[in-house]
Each structure stands twice: as structure tokens, then as C-alpha cells.
Design a binder for this molecule. Structure first.
Ligand code: ZN
Length: 143
């Protein structure tokens, strides 16, 4: 199996069996964002314990990339501090912008999103969940 095929498998797996899908109650922040270019929708729920992302879940619909990326994001971010989560989101954004190679040791399965870089219209799909996360972290930090 080529690396590209492996990446596709990871994305399809998360699309078919999304992690942390559904509402999270109680939550500290709920944010709804969409990607009008593709019709993707994400509602993100985050619960903080002090500075830590204690719980995170999402509702949404849209293309496989947007939903799989959100699923992968929630799986990776749960248990991290807000600062670590934001750093990870920024790292993903740089990878998707082609500014960073994407380190498998740090990012794990998330490097599979890199396969999308070849399809510029899909980059917004892949980043929808991550951009929503960054906003949610900002809001959570205010309280
Ligand atoms: Zn999309």
C-alpha cells in the first residue's frame, strides 16, 4: 500500500466512524462554523478543566475531508492544554499551507491530511475543524 493510499484509508476510517461525534454536555464553549465553498458545517463543543481540554466533541455534516479532519482533531486534542492544542492547530495550518513538512512523530495520523494539499479547494475543508478549535480556545481562555 502506498503512503497516499494509507492516508486515504485513515481519512475514510474517520469519516465512516467519526470519533467524539455528538453533543458534549455540559460544555464551556459551543461554536458553529461553516465552509460555504463546500457546504461543510461543524459545531464544536469544548469543556475545559482549568487550562486542559477535558472534553471535546463535534456535530457536523459535509464532505469526508471536513468531517474526518474534525474527528481526528478531537481525538488528538483531548487531554492537551489549550496552549498545546493551539500549537498543534497552528502546526496543521502551516502543513496545509505547504510551509511545514509535517512530522509523523508529533502529528501521527494527522499527516494524512497532507494528501489534501494537492487539492487547494479541499484545504478549507480540512482546516474547518482546526480553525473552529482555535476560536473555541480563544473563547475558553476568556473565562
Ligand atoms: Zn468540504
Amino acid at each position: 500500500m502506498s503512503l497516499e493510499e494509507l492516508y486515504k484509508e485513515v481519512i475514510l476510517d474517520h469519516y465512516r466512524t467519526p470519533r467524539n461525534k455528538g453533543r458534549l454536555d455540559p460544555h464551556d464553549v459551543a461554536l458553529e462554523r461553516n465552509n460555504p465553498l463546500c457546504g461543510d458545517e461543524i459545531e464544536l463543543f469544548v469543556r475545559f478543566d482549568g487550562d486542559t481540554v477535558e472534553g471535546i466533541a463535534f456535530e457536523g455534516k459535509g464532505c469526508s475531508i471536513s468531517q474526518a479532519s474534525a474527528s481526528m482533531m478531537t481525538e488528538k486534542v483531548e487531554g492537551l492544554t489549550a496552549k498545546e492544542s493551539a500549537a498543534l492547530a497552528e502546526s496543521i495550518k502551516r502543513m496545509m499551507a505547504g510551509e511545514e513538512e509535517g512530522d509523523v512523530d508529533t502529528l501521527g495520523d494527522l499527516v494524512s491530511l497532507k494528501g489534501v494539499v494537492k487539492y487547494p479547494v479541499r484545504i478549507k475543508c480540512a482546516l474547518l475543524g482546526w480553525n473552529t478549535l482555535l476560536e473555541a480556545l480563544q473563547e475558553g481562555g476568556k473565562g
